[in-house]
Design a protein around this ligand. Sequence first.
Ligand SMILES: [Zn+2]
Length: 69
Amino acid sequence: MIFIYSLEKYELFLLILIVLILAGLFYYLAVKSRKSYTCPECGEKTKVEYMNTTRCGMCGSLLKQDEKE
Ligand SMILES: [Zn+2]
């Protein structure tokens, strides 16, 4: 009885650990897929998800990706 109880506790801990790891992984992937662009014309910074190129919302010129992010 005590063994079964401790096993369930262990499995619950393992389940929580797996959920935490998956949550961290998804958060990491979400942050990685998010790109930051700075407009070369007006300096406006734009965060873009799942896009490679976009245009500035302020002046309409093509944006380049920030190298530090
Ligand atoms: Zn601009």
